[in-house]
Design a binder for this molecule. Sequence first.
Ligand SMILES: *[C@@H]1O[C@H](CO)[C@@H](O)[C@H](O)[C@H]1NC(C)=O
Ligand SMILES: *[C@@H]1O[C@H](CO)[C@@H](O)[C@H](O)[C@H]1NC(C)=O
Ligand SMILES: *[C@@H]1O[C@H](CO)[C@@H](O)[C@H](O)[C@H]1NC(C)=O
Ligand SMILES: *[C@@H]1O[C@H](CO)[C@@H](O)[C@H](O)[C@H]1NC(C)=O
Ligand SMILES: *[C@@H]1O[C@H](CO)[C@@H](O)[C@H](O)[C@H]1NC(C)=O
Ligand SMILES: *[C@@H]1O[C@H](CO)[C@@H](O)[C@H](O)[C@H]1NC(C)=O
Length: 763
Amino acid sequence: MGHGVEEGMQEILTSFANMLFFKWQAKPVVAATALVFASTATSGASEYFRPNSTGIKLQNGYERVYIQPFGNHGMRVRASILRDPTGRELSAFLDSPLEGPGGNSGLNHDIEVPFLGSAAIRNGNLVASIDTGVLSFFRVEPNGSRSLLTKEYTDTKAFAPRYYTQDFRASSFQSQFDFASDPDEQFFGAGQQACCIDNTVNKKGQVVDLINYNSHVTLPVYMSNKGYLHYFNMPSQGRLEFGTYRTRHVSDEATVVDYYITTASPGDYDSLQQQFTAVTGRQPTPPDFILGYQQSKLRYFNETQVLDIAQMFHDTQVNVSMIVIDFFAWKFQGDWSFNPEFWPDPAGMAAKVKALTGAELMVSLWPSMEDLSVNYLPTQEQGLLATTRDGTGISDSFAGVYTRLIDSTNPAAREFLWKRLNESYYSKGIQNFWIDQADGKFGGTLGEAFENNGQPIINIPYPRAASQYFIGTQEAAGKMYPWFHQQAINEGFANLTGEDLKTECEHMSLTRSTFVGGQRFCSYLWSGDTESRFDVLLQQITAGVSVAASGISSWTLDIGGFDGLNVDTDEGRELFVRWLSMGVFLPYMRVHGSRSCNLPPPNTTQSNANPCPNEPWSYGEANFIIIKKYIALRYQLRPYVKELFKMLQQTGKTIMRPLYYDFSVSDPTVAKGTGANDPTIVHQFMMGPRLLIAPVGELGAKTKEVYLPILSDEQKGQGFTWTHWWTEKDFGAGGRTVSVAAPLDEIPVFYLGSKNDILNGEV
Ligand SMILES: *[C@@H]1O[C@H](CO)[C@@H](O)[C@H](O)[C@H]1NC(C)=O
Ligand SMILES: *[C@@H]1O[C@H](CO)[C@@H](O)[C@H](O)[C@H]1NC(C)=O
Ligand SMILES: *[C@@H]1O[C@H](CO)[C@@H](O)[C@H](O)[C@H]1NC(C)=O
Ligand SMILES: *[C@@H]1O[C@H](CO)[C@@H](O)[C@H](O)[C@H]1NC(C)=O
Ligand SMILES: *[C@@H]1O[C@H](CO)[C@@H](O)[C@H](O)[C@H]1NC(C)=O
Ligand SMILES: *[C@@H]1O[C@H](CO)[C@@H](O)[C@H](O)[C@H]1NC(C)=O
């Protein structure tokens, strides 16, 4: 296989094996054999082992690999060919990290290792060791022994674990990196999987496409049940392949392979999240108001409608925190302002809604731009629209017109966009923004994978992925488009308020996509356009906990599902109430969707003017009573939710928690059920440390089987037992399945400790 290399410039393959075909010039070697660590056995678990080196450089002919301490118990590895990393590559790292060593160290290293050389470096409890050229990672246990976490995958006849292909007209390459894994190892995270088939939290055996589209927000990060987290700091498209013996990361275009690995004891996912968010950022706390009930639908299409529902919330004394105005409140795509014909007085509307209900407004903006928009010429002339490699920049169509895309990766475009948003909305008291369709340009502007929204004739008949942004190609950088779109709003907030927004937010954006590190913005992700079905209600749990396990805990969904709910059917109503009851226990409680109903279409020429209601009182009188009860419960739980967000801010502690977070060590049934993606385990979740939620995902159910996990010694030590939320019945320390009554107004919930403490947020 080394012969491929000799063929020249178009294809360069490198590996330890094929390096034999290169003449290797030895450099001065500081330490070529394994380092001796100062008394590892005696350094207690509580005592942090300071890095014993600034870094290792492994030089294999034209390939170079830098390994440096980064954050607590972490290493950053950068590999490139032909030239050193520039340090200016796109990155979601905070450099310096919030906690731990290794910040701003460029390519510093004090150890150089040649081809087939050996060396080791330790930071905290993580050891990176190169043994005759092969890189392995170990955790140092409290007793001083080392446990292998993963290593570059090698075998007598295996593909090179570090493999590069270069056929671009630039210094970029495709890469494929392989790491050994155990057949029974479990992998968690990898972002948010799309609606609706995938019901997994354990990703072993899966191929995860690293591409953004509607409801698919995959992220190149995963945690292992062996006690490590692995993150690829690369916004390129590609794949994660969780095979039986190896995990492979594929990048379609990169100039450096940049990854991070950190360790904690097996089952300690909170520490992994703390270390990971120390190097990628922490979620600032959201404003109090947004933790209440959020009212949205597709769509309120004039000012009167918004005022009418605000009046109704006022009259029926139902609390509401925010009312959302969805798409096509503009005249032309790219206007980033209201159509004055239907929205004559935005400032007055915002003030009246506030006076009636106390609620704030949120307004949708799309990144799409049509020729008739007032902003088309200036953005086109200033080069603020994303382009395509084959010319026009048109990448999609919607509502009968071709669309381009604002290039939020360009700072000038962010400034332009924010200026319009400020003029049209922010300065008028509408200060929360819904960055819908923020997925970027894979497929089309509208973020549908290889589809053009199914519209007739005036559509582009095939997807155009050959997009170019200010920051690079779709292949190399596209996964980070949504991140920059979030940044536009965040910068706008910060510039207007003069606050740095690193720990607290006054206003928020809601986004359909993000990238690793997106948690540092005043923003929350929702799961995109889902189907209104009971099985999807449950599937959303696995999507939510998986993206939370990837560092994105500021998350919600469309209560009721986005598409397919008929408000005037018994089934639709029941589904809505079941979904709403789960929504009480999500980081944000947000009702949204495109509903159908018995009303005739409205007499208007407006696009997508759906007349069907989606308010608490729209689902029948009996249900209204139940819905009011759940909304009231949400307001009761606000101190608890607020405390969870505070913990998330301070230590990265995940809010919506899969059962393996808290119980995989104490309960073999949870560990095993998680591995097998057993629905009884993965369709339940913890909200914070004290509440277990087992949503009902079945039409007509009267009871629910709930698995109560075996409590940890620490939980038992605090005197905790599982107590049923509604009946106060004590179910003990867990380890069994119980059957509880599950009427519509009593979602199965169990709590730990004192209910008062929970309601007061004293946890
Ligand atoms: C040290 O600790 C590890 C992890 O707990 C354990 O697997 C190993 O057996 C221990 N070794 C000794 C010599 O006690
Ligand atoms: C707003 O829409 C409703 C429902 O179609 C309609 O009855 C009302 O006249 C509209 N109001 C304005 C000001 O357009
Ligand atoms: C925020 O202000 C900075 C400094 O003036 C400017 O460079 C940046 O473009 C502004 N961002 C936005 C989104 O307006
Ligand atoms: C925001 O809008 C207000 C009102 O038009 C204006 O006074 C202010 O200068 C604007 N700020 C920015 C950053 O555009
Ligand atoms: C629909 O609206 C148009 C224009 O406002 C009006 O002329 C027409 O009478 C309306 N039709 C109905 C059935 O109300
Ligand atoms: C509405 O919210 C307020 C706090 O903002 C709370 O005091 C009140 O009890 C809530 N009302 C209902 C009906 O839940």
